[in-house]
Design a protein around this ligand. Structure first.
Ligand SMILES: *Cc1c(COP(=O)(O)O)cnc(C)c1O
Length: 234
C-alpha cells in the first residue's frame, strides 16, 4: 500500500470510530479529500484507493486537475470548490465544479446560477458561516443566514445543500465541539426550512472528531491524507 492509500484507510477508520462513539452511522459522513497544492499524481493515487470526492481551493489549479482526469476518461469524480471565490473567477467554478462551499453573498450565488451551463445539473452550494467571527475570514454571520438562504433558493442554476464553516483553530475537543454545535443548530434549523438541505461541511484534520460528534456530514481532510503542504513551490 502506498502512503496515500494507507493514510486514506486510516482517515476512514477514524471517521468510523468517531461516528460510532456518538451513535451515528459512518455513511452519514462524506470524506472530502482536500488536494490543494498536490499534483494530479497524488489525486490519482487517492482515486486508485477508492476516493471520489475532492476539494480544491484555487480555481485554476482545480480546473487543471478536473480537465486532466476528464482527459484520462475517469468518470464518477466529484469536485468541490472550497476556497475564497472572487466574482471574476465564478464562471470557471460554475462550468467545471460540482459543488461550491464558499458562497457568502447573493452576488456570487447569482453569478454562479447564471453561469452554470444548461446541460449540467444545478451547482450544489453551501453558505459559508464565519462562525468564529474573525475579521479576516469570509462567510456571513448566523444572523444573516435566513435572509441569504431565502434569496439563493430562488436561483435556478444552484441548489442550496447546506452550510460550511472554518472555525478558528483551537486545540481542545471541548472548545472545538462547542463551536461545531453552534453550526449544527443552525444546520438543523435550515433543514426544517428547506428539505433539500442535507450537508454540513465542517471538520478538518485537527478538529474532525469534534465536528462529527456535533453532527457534521462532510469532513474536509487534506494533511492527514496527502501529507503537509509545501507552499514554497507555488
Ligand atoms: C486546506 C483546507 C482544508 C484541509 O485542511 P487540513 O488541515 O489539511 O485537513 C479543509 N478545508 C478548507 C476550507 C481548506 O482550505
Amino acid at each position: 500500500m502506498n502512503d496515500i492509500a494507507h493514510n486514506l484507510a486510516q482517515v476512514r477508520d477514524k471517521i468510523s470510530a468517531a461516528t460510532m462513539r456518538c451513535g451515528r452511522a459512518s455513511e452519514e459522513v462524506t470524506l472530502l479529500a482536500v488536494s490543494k497544492t498536490k499534483p494530479a499524481s497524488a489525486v490519482a493515487e487517492a482515486i486508485a484507493a477508492g476516493q471520489r470526492a475532492f476539494g480544491e481551493n484555487y480555481v485554476q489549479e482545480g480546473v487543471d486537475k478536473i480537465r486532466h482526469f476528464q482527459d484520462e476518461g475517469i468518470a464518477g469524480l466529484e469536485w468541490h470548490f472550497i476556497g475564497p471565490l472572487q466574482s471574476n473567477k465564478s464562471r470557471l467554478v460554475a462550468e467545471h465544479f460540482d459543488w461550491c462551499h464558499t458562497v457568502d453573498r447573493l452576488r456570487i450565488a447569482s453569478r454562479l446560477s447564471e453561469q452554470r451551463p444548461a446541460h449540467l445539473p444545478p451547482l450544489n452550494i453551501l453558505i459559508q458561516i464565519n462562525i468564529s467571527d474573525e475579521e479576516s475570514k469570509s462567510g456571513i454571520a448566523l444572523s444573516e443566514l435566513d435572509a441569504l438562504a431565502d434569496q439563493v433558493v430562488a436561483l435556478p442554476g444552484v441548489r442550496l445543500r447546506g452550510l460550511m464553516a472554518i472555525p478558528a483553530p483551537v486545540s481542545d475537543f471541548e472548545r472545538q465541539f462547542a463551536v461545531a454545535q453552534q453550526m449544527a443548530v443552525a444546520f438543523d434549523a435550515l433543514k426544517l426550512r428547506y428539505p433539500a438541505v442535507d450537508t454540513l461541511s465542517l471538520g478538518m484534520t485537527e478538529d474532525m472528531d469534534a465536528a462529527i460528534a456535533a453532527g457534521s456530514t462532510m469532513v474536509r481532510i487534506g494533511t492527514a491524507i496527502f501529507g503537509a503542504r509545501d507552499y514554497t513551490k507555488n
